[in-house]
Write a protein that binds this ligand. Structure first.
Ligand code: NAP
Length: 246
């Protein structure tokens, strides 16, 4: 088991990539905090993990709420005695072409994808710095690196979390904390299932592997980066995109 007895918080853990990451972490022996806004989704994931014989607890949290995030971190440490891993996975989209994008769309996405990552990362870093160890992983996207039609707000946030990962790697490395980002390509989740079939077919065709990605492809990257196998890896961005941008 690659994460035996590690304590991990996965934000947005109720569905999609977050759900699969929670399950993969539990399979690898981690005690998992499933942190999400949707209570029903949280309970389903916690139950799945318990049925596999794993350890998990659900926490209802909005990552943009600093008070709730501090409470989540404190409750995790009270329950499990430490915090080894934070996966900043929660993220949203609110697409629109530049000339049509409203300030509301901009603020909404910046708030969750950028400010939420800052709030959770800062709260986790305080505990991890005191412990002298920890891993923080930020969910970026190929869209953050290469841009995407209609996603000014989303692209800005996904580039932004790479900047945060690199900055935190420098600031927190001396305290024994590693920080990395993962940049998924198009992954079949509730977020992408609403995209037109035509676009998904186009993405599939662009990949040299002629396939889309699945949540386990990203969860497996998180497992590696969270594990001690990656003990010399920090401040990097791991693209998991089927070569779609080659
Ligand atoms: P998803 O299926 O939409 O799931 C996102 C989860 O985050 C949902 O459970 C959602 O809860 C939760 N969430 C949203 N806002 C939140 C908040 N303020 N506080 C706490 N939880 C919140 O997304 P996904 O496709 O799995 O994507 C996961 C991450 O990977 C995102 O950061 C996304 O940008 C990134 N990513 C995805 C892809 C892809 O192709 N799918 C590609 C590149 C990067 P609700 O159910 O309440 O909304």
């Amino acid at each position: 088991m690659r994460l035996k007895d590690k304590v991990a918080i996965v934000t947005g853990g109720g569905r999609g990539i977050g759900e699969t990451t929670c399950i993969r972490f539990a399979e690898e022996g981690a005690k998992v905090v499933v942190a999400d806004m949707n209570e029903a989704d949280i309970q389903i994931v916690v139950e799945k993990i318990k049925q596999m014989g794993g350890e998990a607890v659900g926490m209802k949290v909005d990552v943009t709420d600093g008070v709730l995030v501090e409470k989540m971190i404190a409750e995790t440490v009270t329950k499990y005695g430490k915090l080894d891993i934070l996966v900043n996975n929660a993220g949203i989209t609110a697409d629109g072409k530049l000339v049509k994008m409203t300030e509301e769309q901009w603020d909404k996405v910046i708030n969750v994808n950028l400010k939420g990552v800052f709030i959770c990362g800062q709260a986790a870093a305080k505990v991890m710095s005191e412990q002298g160890y920890g891993v923080i992983l930020n969910a970026s996207s190929i869209v953050g690196i290469y841009g995407n039609f209609g996603q000014t707000n989303y692209a800005a946030t996904k580039w932004g979390v790479i900047g945060m990962a690199k900055t935190w790697a420098k600031e927190l490395g001396p305290k024994g904390i590693r920080v990395n980002a993962v940049a998924p390509g198009f992954i079949m989740t509730p977020m992408t299932e609403k995209m037109p079939e035509k676009v998904l077919d186009m993405m599939k065709d662009k990949s040299p592997l002629k396939t889309l990605g699945y949540p386990e492809d990203i969860a497996n990257a998180y497992v590696y980066l969270a594990s001690d196998e990656a003990k010399f890896v920090t401040g990097t961005v791991l693209s998991v995109d089927g070569g779609v941008v080659l």
